[in-house]
Write a protein that binds this ligand. Structure first.
Ligand code: IP8
Length: 248
């Protein structure tokens, strides 16, 4: 069986400018594409968009700055569960057997901020024919209370532990863009795109396009970054947008 991990960017499925607001039209379009696809095993991960990021910034919580305030935990986690419920219900409408996986209840960061996400429940869900749907969230973080875990970190963790065959990022842009805003079709080494993406020394391994590209090159699986219009072609086995593969 071949495993595909697909991330739906938070800014794709929500209205980034209005707190707690869905982009129902785009979520519907992407759900249609997933419903029409014939993939073996599929794990979905979605970002926070105007749900998670709004509440996280209100409480001053980020991937590196934690909080032990229970209101911070319940607001951020609660908003992400609400968004997850919207996503699940759109998928159920299309007959997709989507089930929630809330990282707050499963994952943890140690004192060095390294993330551990158990995957045996995800494996069994897949074996039983379900489509697990994870999301950016807060996680317990040793010495920090809770910190944010991004969908990108979850994608890399799941893809690595379950040895995913294909990884896709549905983003608001059609791929990684060069200085003329043209899509770069393939990236096999960070140095080749460092000029357009910025500092490779940055410690933020999952933030922004630069972090995404670096962590995908390290991952080893073939990954693609593309727009909502290309979800169908990605799930059909094509490599729309930018293909990122250190093996070339
Ligand atoms: O949108 C962040 O996930 P992302 C989730 O994938 C929260 O970075 C809670 C802000």
């Amino acid at each position: 069986m071949s495993l595909t991990v697909l991330k739906l960017g938070g800014s794709v499925i929500t209205d980034k400018d209005r707190a707690d607001t869905l982009d129902g039209e785009t979520l519907g379009k992407v759900s249609d594409a997933i419903g029409d696809a014939t993939v073996d095993d599929l794990v979905l991960v979605h970002g926070g968009g105007s749900f998670g990021h709004h509440h996280a910034s209100e409480h001053g919580v980020s991937k590196t700055t934690g909080s032990s305030d229970i209101d911070a935990v319940t607001d951020i986690h609660g908003a992400m569960k609400t968004l997850n419920n919207f996503v699940l219900s759109r998928l159920h409408d299309r007959g997709i057997p989507a089930v929630p996986v809330h990282p707050f209840s499963a994952a943890v960061r140690d004192a060095t901020a390294s993330l551990t996400l158990p995957t045996s429940q995800i494996e069994t869900m897949l074996e039983e024919g379900f489509v697990p749907v994870l999301h950016g969230d807060v996680v317990a973080h040793e010495g920090e209370g809770v910190t944010v875990v991004s969908g990108d970190e979850l994608v890399v963790s799941v893809a690595r532990h379950l040895d995913a065959d294909r990884v896709g990022f549905c983003s608001t842009v059609p791929g990684v863009l060069d200085e003329n805003d043209d899509v770069i079709p393939e990236i096999t080494a960070y140095e080749a795109v460092a000029d357009v993406l910025g500092e490779s020394e940055s410690t933020d391994v999952t933030g922004g396009m630069a972090g995404k590209v670096r962590s995908l090159l390290e991952l080893g699986a073939s990954a693609s970054i593309f727009s909502p219009d290309d979800v169908s072609s990605f799930l059909d086995g094509e490599t729309p947008g930018t293909r990122i593969d250190a093996a070339g």
